[in-house]
Design a protein around this ligand. Structure first.
Ligand SMILES: [Zn+2]
Length: 163
C-alpha cells in the first residue's frame, strides 16, 4: 500500500503531466487506487495536520481520479467543472506535495462538478467557498497544474512550520 513517502514532491516532472481518463474497463482497479489515496490522506492528516483531499497523480497514478474525505469518503472519477462563477475568492492554498509552502491564489467562488462515482454512475455536485476552491485545486492536479503556477504575484509565497 502507498504511504506518505510516495507523495511526489514539488519539482517532480510527473506532477506537470496531464492525466488520462479512467476507462470503464479499469473500474476494477479503482478500489485499490482509492485504498492507496485513503491511506496516504490519513497519514498526511496525522503528520501535517491538514489534508481534505488528494488527487491520484500526486501518487504517480496518472489517472483522472480524486479522493475526498471530509465528513465521508467521496470518489470522483473523470470530473468536469462547469458553472464557474465570475466571482473569485483569494486564499492561501496548501498542497501535500510541498507541505510547508503556502501560495496565495484566486479561485472561483462557486462551481458545478460532474463526475462518475465508483459505481460508474454520473453525479453532479454544486460547490461553493471552501469546497469549490478545494476541488479546483485537486482538478488542477489532473491537468498537471500546481497552485505555485497560479500564484497571484511574486510575493504570494510563504513558508509555515510543520512540527
Ligand atoms: Zn495539491
Amino acid at each position: 500500500m502507498k504511504s506518505i513517502k510516495d507523495i511526489l514532491q514539488l519539482g517532480n516532472p510527473l506532477l506537470y503531466e496531464v492525466s488520462e481518463p479512467v476507462l470503464q474497463s479499469e473500474l476494477s482497479l479503482v478500489p485499490e487506487w482509492v485504498n492507496d489515496l485513503d491511506n496516504v490522506l490519513q497519514e498526511v492528516r496525522a503528520q501535517y495536520k491538514f489534508g481534505r483531499a488528494i488527487a491520484a497523480p500526486q501518487l504517480g497514478i496518472k489517472k483522472r481520479l480524486i479522493y475526498l474525505n471530509i465528513d465521508k469518503p467521496v470518489v470522483i472519477i473523470n470530473p468536469h467543472l462547469s458553472q464557474l462563477s465570475y466571482k473569485m475568492i483569494e486564499l492561501w492554498d496548501d498542497c501535500m506535495c510541498f507541505p510547508n509552502l503556502l501560495v496565495k491564489v484566486e479561485r472561483h467562488k462557486s462551481l458545478t462538478i460532474k463526475y462518475l462515482d465508483q459505481m460508474w454512475q454520473q453525479q453532479e455536485w454544486n460547490l461553493k467557498d471552501d469546497l469549490a476552491e478545494l476541488l479546483q485545486h485537486e482538478y488542477d492536479h489532473l491537468d498537471g497544474k500546481l497552485c505555485t503556477m497560479r500564484a497571484i504575484d511574486n510575493k504570494s509565497f510563504k513558508l509555515r512550520r510543520i512540527d
